[in-house]
Design a protein around this ligand. Sequence first.
Ligand SMILES: [Zn+2]
Ligand SMILES: [Zn+2]
Length: 549
Amino acid sequence: MGRDEVCILCGIRPYGGPSCFGATEEIIAQITDDVRAEGFTDRRLSPFDVPNMLREIFQQNLADLDPSYHASLHPGYDKDCIAIGHFDRGGGYEPCPHAGHALHPPGDDVEVRRVTDESTAASFITLVELVRGARVLHNAWTTCTTSGPSACNIWLHVGCWGHLQYWLACTRPPRAGRTGQPLSLAGELYELTASRAEPQDEYCGGLPAVDYGGALDAFMGTQYQDYILGPRRGARHLARALGAGKRGTDLVPALMEDVRFWMWARPDMWPRAPHAGPYDAPLGTEPAPQTAALCMLPNELLPELLQHCELDAVFALASTCRELYTRVLAQPTLADTLHRAAENRGSALRWVLPAPTLRVEWLAACDAMRTWLPAGAPPPLTFDEMEFDEEEDEDADFVPPESESDEEDDEGSMEEDEDEDALEEHMDAGADPSQDDAPTEDASPADDLSLPISDVPIPLPQDPSTLPLPLLPLFEPAFPLARFLDAVRTSASMRARRRRWGLVKQWDALFAAYRRDGWERDVFAPPGTVWAVGEDGVLRCQCEVGNGA
Ligand SMILES: [Zn+2]
Ligand SMILES: [Zn+2]
């Protein structure tokens, strides 16, 4: 039987949010009651008019009512997902039954797969490999379903995984695995999820410790996350639109606000400029002059403070008095604030910036941001135009300055840096990669001992997926930051992004507890249990009792 399982991070199924209203006469009656409860009355309307207008809306296709909603209903990244766990030929593994319960392999050596084509509840049939930026597809099962024996494998949207890597703020070091080595972020996420006292919901896959903000209500008691009206809260916006004289399908935007439809939008579509710039005119009405105590702060302290404010709070602060309005919304102040947010995992504004862990997102953000620059402004400097050491220029494995390693392991990335330094030393010592004619066969084995073969730098062709990321147009002096951030506040995509950020902040707390206290529940096979794939292609434990002894 078909069934939807949701991403443990965002609570949305693999291929995006709901697409049909799911209206019944009962729901229409409830909405009508809610509209009345909001105080809306109009003597020119009969008691049947509002329900009739609702029926008229619900009979239509959402795509016909508003194509922009349809366009936003897609998780992006070719609907790819990230699967984390242990995968054999059948896509999962067989738990160890020898302690009286089903016990699972720990998170030490989890595999991280990019997968797509969900066949049924969290079982994917295609493996995606990115080779020099191109998608190479293989047929292979990957099973992450919460029901059935291999219940510890997990999956997330590609975007959710990238955002977790960039946004997770937990100052505690990663936990050590069975080998004593720190677990990777994937290994920790696997163990954390599997070891919760309240496990994943066996039906939809959500984690009870996470508040998905109504996303699971779109199931409306069925096995599919199909119903737009499920997450509805009241009829405040609908009543207001009716009060403003809107009728029929003109009520759709208000209705979509009441059902919080923005939460399904792709969270990586930054607002584009509504018209050609420049945008140097003041933003709205300036407040009356008045002196807030905050005005006593020196200018340099303002960005330090603002990086810890929610976006709405930044604008609220700006509206307290004329002096703060000018100082807070000034381009250099906001640019400095966002620079700090990019460098500080504790900043409340980090989500406004694209994640360097998601290349596609970064490029899309640059594209949208460029539309805000005044025509004729010099194009933003690209990495190509910046000065680099020649050796660095040839480095095909360039990692952008803001990016984090896959493992989220600061010590790990420092080690990598050291490796690079070591490599450069080798190169300085005369191991010139351009010397194609360097004799190899004549070299005696003794000569090679000092330089392991893996240390010899081999020039690689340019890989489009590892080219340096361009600089964000956001930090150009001519960028209208206040206007842009105001548009960010109201964009459906950015509201969905802020929602995902809030979800990652819930994981901050889950990770802090897990890194401090460890598992809430031990579901893992005892140390020393060996797992191996048998001739039948099944990954299972090799306990003696299991070998028919
Ligand atoms: Zn997700
Ligand atoms: Zn066993």
